[in-house]
Design a protein around this ligand. Sequence first.
Ligand code: NAD
Length: 498
Amino acid sequence: MKLIEHLVAGKAWRGKSERTADIINPALGKSIGKVRLATKEDVDAVLEVARKAQPKWAATPPAKRAAVMFAFRDLLNKHMDELAQTLSEEHGKTIPDAKGEIARGIEVIEFACGIPHLLKGEFSEQVASQIDSFSIRQPVGVVAGITPFNFPAMVPLWMYPIALACGNAFVLKPSERDPSVPVRVGQLLQEAGLPEGVFSVVNGDKEAVDALLDSPHVDAVSFVGSTAIGHYIYSRGTAAGKRVQALCGAKNHLIVLPDADMDKAVDALIGSAFGSAGERCMAISVAVPVGEDTADRLVAALKPRIEALKVAACSDPNSDMGPVISRQSLDRILSYIDQGLEKGAKLIVDGRSVKVSGHEDGYFIGGCLFDRVTTDMSIYKEEIFGPVLAVVRAKDYEEALQMVNDHEYGNGTAIFTRDGDAARDFTMRVKIGMVGVNVPIPVPVAYFSFGGWKRSLFGDHSIHGMEGVRFNTRLKTITTRWPSGIKEGAVFNFHSGH
Ligand code: NAD
């Protein structure tokens, strides 16, 4: 049985805590190891190391900092298979899906490789007589990252390649449910040549998070996770004077207009609602067909596709969908299905009876499809975070748009149509951070920025891309005037020596 410790200066560090949590393989429903849970004193000790290491790293030329990122990228590519295997064992997602998330994380490292260019400031000469002005971006200091279970590789990599490239030290507190990959990736970062102490991983739960939020040695906090915890982190972190970005929960709608390519819309829904067992903040959990005929065609096409999904452990190469993360998660999803039935929604595909042979204790559930869902139901209002797709029928386009805009979450949405005018109107008027047109999961590439609106993001900055550079730096504007001096009466020719 493995025991995952913290990672400080590239080495396992035990700290003083006696507390640990089980790491569960969700496909087996049994513990495969333990992770150390830090105390406040442990967190303070790690922060002290980060605080001491940061000034020298900030003074390192950006091109040298970028060189570490180039090496880091190569190491992640080299270790892709090993990382994906560990990730799938602890998370449950399929191996191709695990590789996909690592690849998306690597793209952020590639963006961070361009940091010398990205940090270039602005300069204006002669803003007043003899006066020039320029602005530069300097690191904020020590940045803490608190990340969710559902992307143990990608979400930390949304944060620290840019934070580090900007000259900050970074302390990562990954999810305690699948901590092995974040720690292993941290070792590879050290191997890439990062100076000791600039990056650490501290494992833990609420106690560790609270210690990060309260410490005067943390200047900024990046959080990704659920809305309840994100709101708490934003409130407590900003009250302590820190810069906080908190990316939170979602309920993403996909609108299908009557003229949409139905095959494409169905493909999109299958991948985005059931991939990774629906445990993605950009999963589509609500389909909104416009008009009864569109709805009937959509439900008829979805039903056989969902029934055909292969639910299996990541060890099965034909698996479309693995287990959900925990027994508690499975129970929560089952309870939502009961609530939907009680309120009169029609369960068209019931995945509750799915069994995976050899994995009887695993947290498996098959894909579920509800039709005739209405906006007052909990299965519509709340994030289920499982493989449950709700169909809410809209009478027309305006009703569909209004539905998306009225929802408390504002992470992602998509529209499927062949009509450019309808698509344009949607992209302009919808109150959502990331919008797709005939694209199911509109996750921005690394050089754009990722982030929702409304209760899907607290704080001002989205993550990665230029927003990431802004979040991880403070702007300084300098105004200069130089008195006349040496140039008056000075001799500029070379001294002849005679
Ligand atoms: P979570 O909120 O339970 O946990 C996230 C982090 O917060 C973990 O590191 C956890 O240890 C910590 N935490 C948990 N409870 C805490 C508490 N009481 N006090 C302080 N810290 C606490 O989220 P999760 O279940 O790991 O992840 C799923 C959620 O993340 C979903 O809601 C999903 O939508 C969201 N998510 C959002 C995005 C996005 O970009 N918007 C991306 C991925 C996941």
